[in-house]
Design a protein around this ligand. Structure first.
Ligand SMILES: C[S@@+](CC[C@H](N)C(=O)[O-])C[C@H]1O[C@@H](n2cnc3c(N)ncnc32)[C@H](O)[C@@H]1O
Length: 270
């Protein structure tokens, strides 16, 4: 696709050969980072807006991986009075550990689907508000477009959120890469004690053999230029506008008005 700022760098966690336990160690760190910057608040603000406009509906999270922040987001929504809100996490490759963790809990409002759910085919996914958290940048342009087109085609509400924004010129990103990698690796050393659940691999491969800090730092940095910039989203949405479905995108805001990440919201027009 021509004219995109986004570039297709690799991330370790996307490789099929990348060990699942190592991927889980990294996703647990991403959850810590997200708790620190409170992405749950920015996401809850957006979902509350959809609820106000369209009424409360089940949240069907796509590409959930290990779960990410969505269970926390649901908690926030309930605190705001949306008691009947529910969350179904799904993935193309359902995460066994997450299934055991969430489906074993007594609270029936949070579940993880054992069936594979493909984000590019929303007609076949369960009814509700589809969400995609921090996974859209993993999608190549053709796949990203397919996801957006699929939501419009199925006339299903879709909320895509990324915790960052790709606005830095690429040459500056390259220039600061060594320093940024170093900072992220040091951050991992301080974040690791807060990881839940703690495993021996998380400790050994952070403090003795630092594979986790290296992979986390690279994936974190590579995510930035892989994100679709706001202008890229215009290109993706170019021929997806119509009278029966409306799109908007921009900076996501926390309740205090501070910017936290970017979003795309697609809503069917009644
Ligand atoms: C970065 S991870 C999960 C991020 C998670 N939402 C979070 O916030 O921590 C991206 C996930 O997308 C899933 N995925 C990739 N292609 C997909 C597709 N076509 N449909 C649904 N999920 C997909 C992967 O299996 C992976 O678990």
């Amino acid at each position: 696709m021509k004219g995109l700022k986004r570039i297709q760098l690799f991330e370790f966690e996307d490789f099929e050969w990348f060990p699942g336990w190592l991927r889980s160690c990294m996703t647990r760190l991403i959850v810590i980072l997200q708790s620190m910057i409170r992405t749950d608040q920015a996401i809850a603000v957006l979902i509350a807006r959809v609820y106000k406009e369209k009424g409360i509906m089940p949240i069907v999270d796509l590409g959930s991986g290990a779960g990410g922040m969505m269970p926390d987001v649901l908690g926030l929504l309930k605190k705001q009075g949306y008691d009947s809100a529910t969350l179904l996490m799904t993935d193309l490759y359902p995460n066994e550990q997450a299934i055991a963790k969430f489906n074993g809990k007594e609270d029936p409002s949070v579940r993880y689907s054992e069936q594979s759910v493909d984000a590019t085919n929303m007609r076949q996914s369960p009814e509700g508000l589809k969400t995609m958290m921090n996974s859209f940048h993993h999608m190549r342009p053709e796949q990203a477009k397919k996801i957006l087109a699929s939501a419009k085609d199925a006339r299903t509400p879709l909320l895509i959120y990324e915790m960052g924004e790709n606005k830095m010129p690429l040459f500056i990103w390259w220039l600061f890469l060594p320093l940024s990698l170093l900072i992220l690796m040091i951050m991992v050393l301080f974040m690791t004690p807060f990881v839940k659940p703690m495993t021996w691999q998380q400790l050994i491969f952070t403090y003795l053999i630092p594979i986790i800090p290296i992979c986390y730092a690279w994936d974190g940095q590579a995510s930035m230029p892989r994100m679709y910039a706001l202008k890229d989203i215009d290109i993706l949405l170019e021929d997806l506008h119509g009278n029966d479905y409306k799109w908007e995108h921009g900076a996501a805001l926390k309740p205090d008005g501070k910017k936290q990440g970017t979003y795309i919201l697609g809503l069917p027009v009644n």
